[in-house]
Design a binder for this molecule. Structure first.
Ligand code: ZN
Length: 407
């Protein structure tokens, strides 16, 4: 699948501004902030959208989080190999298509294209591999075959299930007890009560064809892939095992990331990801943001209202990525004002020296992507006066490179 265009990123080291520190992020599995330690290029997998309601601010917040991570790695001198999927066939997409009378393929293409345009406007770094579920069916079939050879796959009617407890480290990502896992599994699209399963938490690998739904002919029979195995297959194929970071929103901790990791580790006998990093949820004025509530704040809507994408970016960056927070309409006003202040500061003939603020920016970013601290550092520099004629250009360059906001 086609990715979106890559924004230019200045290399601060080429401008004589040195490099950033080792990047530390919060790993959900270990429950603490840990240094990343890529061997060669950093390998990053972020779960992509199911294209039926793109791109609300929650999506934008998640992909911006991993854009910051890449910028921090690049500034440290580490190359990045980034893979993202698009779940372009799944229940919510098919349900939306049916409800709106749209062809599911057209709906998926339209929303994926809107997502690309929003990501481009926000200057989010694109994945090198942007991979759809449909195009990766052969990878999924192959991985299910590997799982079958370990004896961890069984049939319920014509569907295939994975015995989650056959994976030694099942539970490693969420760290939750059985009761919590069972409850959340049911709430998030799992089927703990289905008759014929060996364990309520066992997850669907392959769904046999249902009347009126798309299906593909494979050696597993006619059907379509489950969601967790889709990501496991795409990540393993493009990044290999023990890649550096598996990312997504915090609603993916369980079951999605737990299940993908269990499947991949059972099939390969090796670790899936080295760290699991999760962005918080963005609500709307006291409620969960969702299509069903009709309160989705869409990036495309804000853009159509004439909001500067850089202000949208700044509004999101004003919150730490791990925080759950609520969007209120005035967030964008505050961000617009901050953007104007920054731009006029970058256009000054002179300012206070750049080194201290660039060090603070780098330190904030490398410390678990602390964007609010980075914004505060730039705010303070903007408010101070000085006679360094190089500083405005250098700080503008660093803000572009590290937090992706252009003058
Ligand atoms: Zn995923």
């Amino acid at each position: 699948m086609q990715s979106w265009p890559r924004p230019s990123i200045p290399r601060l080291v080429d401008a004589g501004l040195g490099t950033g520190p080792v990047v530390r992020v919060h790993d959900t599995a270990r429950g603490e902030v840990v240094p990343t330690d890529p061997q060669g290029a950093a390998r990053l997998y972020v779960c992509g959208i199911t294209p039926y309601d793109a791109t609300h601010l929650g999506h934008a917040n998640t992909y911006l989080t991993f854009d910051l991570l890449q910028r921090a790695w690049l500034d440290h001198g580490v190359d990045v190999h980034y893979t993202q999927n698009v779940t372009d066939v799944d229940d919510p997409l098919l349900e939306r298509a049916t409800a709106t009378g749209m062809d599911w393929v057209e709906l998926a293409e339209r929303e994926t294209q809107l997502f690309r345009e929003d990501m481009t406007a926000l200057r989010i770094l694109p994945p090198e591999d942007y991979i759809g579920a449909v195009e990766s069916i052969p990878l999924v079939v192959d991985l299910i075959g590997r799982l079958e050879s370990t004896g961890a796959v069984y049939r319920v009617d014509d569907d295939l299930y994975f015995e989650v407890r056959s994976a030694e480290r099942f539970g490693q990502v969420s760290g939750w007890d059985d009761e919590t896992m069972s409850r959340i599994f049911g709430e998030r699209g799992g089927d703990p009560e289905r008759a014929g399963k060996r364990d309520p938490l066992d997850c669907l690998l392959w769904q046999a064809e249902r009347p009126g739904e798309p299906a593909w002919d494979t050696e597993l029979g006619r059907g379509r892939p489950g969601w967790h195995i889709e990501c496991a297959a795409i990540a393993l194929h493009h990044l290999g095992t023990a890649f550096d970071v598996q990312g997504g929103g915090s609603d993916l901790v369980f079951p999605h990331h737990e299940m993908s990791a269990a499947e991949a580790e059972r099939a390969t006998g090796e670790a899936f990801a080295r760290s699991y990093v999760h962005a918080g949820m963005v609500g709307y004025e006291g409620e969960k943001m969702s299509k069903s509530k009709g309160n989705l704040v869409l990036v495309s809507r804000l853009r159509a209202e004439g909001r500067d994408p850089m202000a949208i970016r700044l509004a999101l960056l004003a919150h730490h990525y791990r925080e759950d927070w609520e969007w209120f309409g005035d967030e964008i006003e505050a961000a617009q004002e901050r953007l104007a202040r920054w731009r006029s500061a970058f256009a000054r003939p002179s300012a206070s020296p750049a080194k201290a603020v660039i060090d603070r920016l780098r330190g904030a970013l490398a410390n678990d992507l602390d964007a609010p601290a980075a914004l505060a550092a730039v705010d303070e520099w903007c408010a101070a006066e000085g006679d360094d004629v190089d500083a405005p250009g250098q700080v503008a360059l660093a803000v572009d490179a590290l937090i992706g906001v252009t003058a």
